[in-house]
Design a binder for this molecule. Sequence first.
Ligand code: C2E
Ligand code: CA
Ligand code: CA
Length: 911
Amino acid sequence: MKKLILARGADVALSQDEAGDIDEMGARSRAPIRRLALWGAILLACIVVGVVVITTGLRERALGSGKRELENTVLLLVRHFDQRAEDFEAIQRDLDARIRALRIESARAFKDAMSGEDVRLILNANSPSDVTSVNVFDATGMLINSSAALPDASLDTYGQSILQSLESETASSRAAVLLTSGSSVGDWGVAISHRVTTPSGELLGFVTKIVPSTVFERFFASVVLGEESSIALLHSDGTLLARYPHMEAAIGKRAGRRSLFAIANLTDGRASARIVSPFDGKDRLAAMRPLSQLPLAIIATVTVPAALSYWRDQTLLLIAVASIMVVVVAMVLFLIGRQISRQHQAARRKLAIERHRLDTAINNMTHGLLLFDSSQRLVICNQQYINMFGLSLEEAKPGHSLRSLLMRRKELGSFKGDVDAYCVAVRDTREPGQSSIETLDGRSVFLRYQPLSDGGWVVTTEDITERSRYEAHITHLAHYDPLTDLPNRALFREKLEQKFKLIDCNEPFAVFYIDLDDFKRINDSLGHPIGDELLKEVAVRLRQCLTSADSVARLGGDEFAIVRSDVAHESDLGNFAEMILAAVRQPYDCAGHRISVDASIGIALAPRDSAELDELLKNADLAMYAAKAEGRRTWRFFRPELNVRMKARQELEQDLRQIIEGSGLSAGGFEIHYQPLVSLHDDIITGCEALLRWRHPTLGMISPAEFIPVAEDTGLINVLGEWVLRTACAEAVSWPDHVRLAVNVSPIQFGGQALGLTVAAALAAFGLAACRLELEVTEAVLIRDIGSTVAIINELRAFGVSFSLDDFGTGYSSLNYLQHFPFDRIKIDRMFVREITEVSGSSSIVQAVVNIASARNMATVAEGVETQQQLDVLRAVGCTEIQGFLCGAPMPAADIRRLFSLPPAKKVAAS
Ligand code: C2E
Ligand code: CA
Ligand code: CA
């Protein structure tokens, strides 16, 4: 059993295989989604990497530009301060010019020349507004003049410090800078001092201007660029002199080794770098540039976070944009993926449903179906095929090779050929084909092979067992008699045709035509079911007579035929015919009836009697009729003269028709002779039997025994019989009243209901009394339709007509009839009379008949009495009447009339 699972979302049951296939399809359907996700991830990664790369680059640029900005700032500041330094040098130049003009060459002279009010005015006039004071010191550091009206007392102490710092300066540098501090907090100042020397270079003193730190810081404040940035003025030894923003605690402190000074360019003292501030410990970008004339340096800084603030904003914006992009891309990818997934799911469901439908269709079709691919691998095998060949599901799974399938079928017995050869043949066959095979359990399977363009092929199979059986049944019905199951006439002819094809090979064969004698009588008297039973039994017996080379057929009715091969001698055929007759004659027990039957057989030999099928059959038929004609219960070979006889019979029939339809019977040579019947009681003629004669224009006198059967066979007997009746009645009217007229009536005439009317009309037409007419019927009339026959007989008897049973003893049931039929007279057949005088003759039989007849008040007539001895015996047994040549042969009407005119004694004397 297939395990069933339910596909999600689809209201269909799928087999495990189907689900497997659909899973596979699902996996295939997920591949594009995975690809999409991968590409999406790559795109997102690219965005992220791009953002990182861009922001990193921007950061570096931000830092770089921050640095450059700082460098530019310090450059501008340095230029500014260099400019201011030149102004200060102007004072110095004035002083120098005065010294040279006054030829001051000693410290003393200097002190004197510089301490005057005039000099103070010069200092005052030249002192810039942002400078606290311009002071002149002597070579010992003593203040000798000042621009200020009341110079600060501390200036003296500064003078010593300045002197020291000037001495520590390199000889080339004329200037020195010193940080000064005032009395109050934050009251810092920068003292910038210049040497004053003699032209020979001897120190005379120095000029100092003191600039408050706040002056610098205010100026820096106007320049400084933004938050977190600073500008500072440092001594070239690293001491912080002024800073914006102001940092009280750091003023006067020296930058350490790790400051910009450590990395300053040796030639111009410039430096820019990212450093940790020695003053506030912050991570800063810094640019430094020394003043060209003074041992001062300007340092501008900005904290790294501040330098990067624009970058940060940009980065945040970029990240925001990138994030939006990422979200949008992710959303788009998600939606695409979901759409694809939905489409695939829908497609999957649809496929599952279609697959299910297809599978249902394939598995519920009446055909078996196999589909192979070009590598001879199974693609589809439906349930019908599996059932048809008794395979298991596992053995018919897709992927199995043709070879393995055939090997399995060979094991199971449904494949008989060579597996490998078959596989090769299938591979090489590119044309459609079909074949049928038989399975072990006896079923027929029809295979149709259809190659496919891709190299594979389809095989459909329909179990055609039922159809074959049905066809076989139809064929059987067409060829076999349903009652006896013997071959019918059609098959018999086919078999004969086969025989004729071999006739050249010197293989003679014989055809036996077998016709049951008086079968109709049995059929009519006992009924058709018993007749059928009898025919079946006859068929069985005929079969038992055959060898394997022979065949028997039922040609129809009670006619059978046998084809006998291996004909060595003609005598063998005679013996075989006797054997058949013996077999047929054995009494039968049919539904409680014990029945005896006999047969007539005609034999024709091929190729001797004919080498042509129809002719051979006709010849066998003729031979059979010959046997019938010659007393039945026997067999006859075909003889060429039978043909002659048949021809003659046909000619006779033709003549008969012409006469009846044309000139009329009398003109055609028909006449009636009358034979007297003589009573043994008083030896007088009591009646005459009308016997028909035909004086044929070319053949002469023809016996009624010859033409009556022809007339009976053709139905002409009805016309003929009526003519006899009317002619004889017309004649008998002229006879003495006691002489009755006996007329023979054929069984055929009992066939219609008209016999009674015909008789009555004839009697009435000629005025013959009904009691003078006697109708002679044979036993044959009784075995026809008993009921209607008895009805006609009773009707005519009631009318006054009497009946005699003709030819008694030649029939079958003899005495039995006498009990059931109302006859007036029994005519004992000539056969008995002929033997009545012999020692072991028929006298006792005749005696018995006479006794039975007299017991039933029936008269007896002995036919064909020719001798006195016969007459004597008949008289002795008590027979009532005689008829025969002894009393008079049949004679023309005129002779009978003449006879009646003779005296009665003479009549008997004629015997
Ligand atoms: P059947 O009715 O038995 O007629 C008697 C036959 O015996 C007649 O032959 C007659 O000639 C013959 N016969 C009479 N006496 C003797 C004798 O002493 N010795 C011999 N050997 N024969 C004798 P027939 O006339 O040749 O008729 C033959 C049969 O034809 C008749 O047999 C009868 O069955 C039939 N037949 C004749 N005329 C008619 C007729 O008009 N209608 C019908 N249905 N049948 C007829
Ligand atoms: Ca008769
Ligand atoms: Ca008779």
